[in-house]
Structures are given as structure tokens and as C-alpha cells.
Design a protein. Structure first.
Length: 154
């Protein structure tokens, strides 16, 4: 990998020297104002990239063959860590969702007790509402008899 990088850097430096000579001689255009240095670097990059792509193909293939096993191991390690985390998550979820038969029977008996209590409370509320409504009717009748027939208070 170091060899490929150095070869690529060498091609860039060679292109930089050639582009600088062309700009200095006036064959290639100069940059505006103080941007001449940046212009030379950009032109050198544009020229060196395709040259490196074509000229260093064999070296790039050798470097990738050396890097591929390391990359595969890293990818496998990440995948196994993800699988381990996923299985831990699944186990915790399964524990939360599944109940033992004893726990299920306890839950059913608790629900039955709650529903019986709610039914009794509902009956008491209904009878309480009936009493309240009777009292409300009596108080409404008392108010009507106390008001004068014209509807105006005196």
C-alpha cells in the first residue's frame, strides 16, 4: 500500500512540475491574482488522476489483494458483534413476552377480581345516580314553586 501511495505521489509531483512549467512559459493560462498556485495544483490533480488510474492498475490490484483479507476479518467481526447484540435483544424481548403458566393464572385471577370490583362499583354508582336524580328533581320542583309566575323576581 505504501508503494502504491508513493508511486501516485510521484506521478502528481511530475504532473505538478510539468503544469507549473507550462503556466510559467505562458502556454497554459495563469490563475487570477494570487490564485495562481491553487490553479497549478488543481490542473496537476486533473492531469495526474487519469494517468495514475491507467499506469498504476497492476499496483492497485496488488495492494487490494493484500488489504482484502484484513478488511474481510474486520467486516466479519462487525457482523458477529451485531448478531450477538441482536440475539441479546431477542432474548430479552422473548422473556418479556412469555410468561410461565403460574404467572398467567395469577394474571387471570387478578383481572377477574378487578372486573368483579368494577361491576359492584358500577351498580353502586347507578343506584347513587338514581338517588341523586330523584333529589335533583325534588330540588327543581322546590325552585319552580318559589319563583313567581311572571318569572320576574320581586
Amino acid at each position: 500500500m505504501l508503494r502504491y501511495t508513493l508511486m501516485r505521489l510521484g506521478i502528481f509531483v511530475g504532473c505538478f512540475v510539468v503544469v507549473w512549467a507550462l503556466v510559467y512559459s505562458g502556454i497554459a493560462p495563469r490563475g487570477l491574482g494570487a490564485s495562481n498556485g491553487m490553479w497549478v495544483v488543481v490542473l496537476a490533480l486533473l492531469v495526474s488522476a487519469p494517468i495514475s488510474f491507467v499506469a498504476l492498475r497492476k499496483e492497485r490490484d496488488r495492494a487490494s489483494v493484500r488489504i482484502a483479507p484484513h478488511l474481510d476479518r474486520s467486516i466479519d467481526r462487525v457482523k458477529s458483534n451485531l448478531a450477538a447484540n441482536r440475539s441479546q435483544e431477542d432474548e430479552a424481548d422473548d422473556e418479556a413476552r412469555t410468561r410461565t403458566p403460574e404467572t398467567a393464572e395469577d394474571a387471570k385471577s387478578d383481572e377477574a377480581t378487578k372486573s368483579d370490583g368494577a361491576t359492584k362499583a358500577g351498580e353502586a354508582t347507578k343506584s347513587g345516580e338514581a338517588v341523586k336524580s330523584d333529589e335533583a328533581v325534588k330540588s327543581d320542583e322546590a325552585v319552580k314553586t318559589a319563583q313567581p309566575a311572571s318569572g320576574k323576581a320581586s
